[in-house]
Design a binder for this molecule. Structure first.
Ligand SMILES: [Zn+2]
Ligand SMILES: [Zn+2]
Ligand SMILES: [Zn+2]
Length: 140
């Protein structure tokens, strides 16, 4: 994503495009798989950890990115690819390989929707399948 595209995406979500927000959002848009705060810190050497962490909170609050637990022990972040609002049924599931500890986005498989009892309001669902990825499986 170009810087201009990032600025547009942020504005669409009602986020003021500050330099730090653009840097973090752009970095996330370049990733092929979800990354942790620690990995982002390594990728972005122009911002310190607390700035990155604060920026992620703002991006999350406005649903410009998604966060989920993948079983690796740290929260992973990825950008939201939806144009405006992002209903849960649009979100994809993740696959965590217990061998190489890599998290894959299964973009074409949507999260199954569960029917909650009356009074419960859903905000997010973590849906991660764990197992062995094709590349690790072929080495067995
Ligand atoms: Zn989304
Ligand atoms: Zn693997
Ligand atoms: Zn994903």
């Amino acid at each position: 994503m170009s810087t201009d595209q990032c600025v547009d995406k942020l504005k669409n979500r009602g986020i003021k495009p500050t330099a730090a927000r653009i840097i973090v959002f752009k970095e996330l848009s370049k990733q092929e798989s979800p990354v942790s705060l620690l990995e982002l810190e390594t990728l972005i050497d122009t911002l310190d950890k607390s700035t990155i962490s604060r920026t992620l909170s703002v991006l999350l609050e406005h649903h410009a990115i998604h966060a989920f637990e993948d079983g690796s022990g740290s929260t992973k972040y990825e950008i939201c690819t939806s144009e405006s609002n992002c209903p849960i049924q649009n979100r994809h599931i993740h696959f965590f390989c217990e061998e190489c500890r890599h998290t894959f986005c299964l973009d074409n498989i949507h999260i199954p929707i569960v029917q909650l009892p009356q009074g419960f309001v859903m905000d997010s669902i973590n849906y991660t399948v764990k197992g062995i990825c094709p590349s690790c499986n072929s080495k067995r």
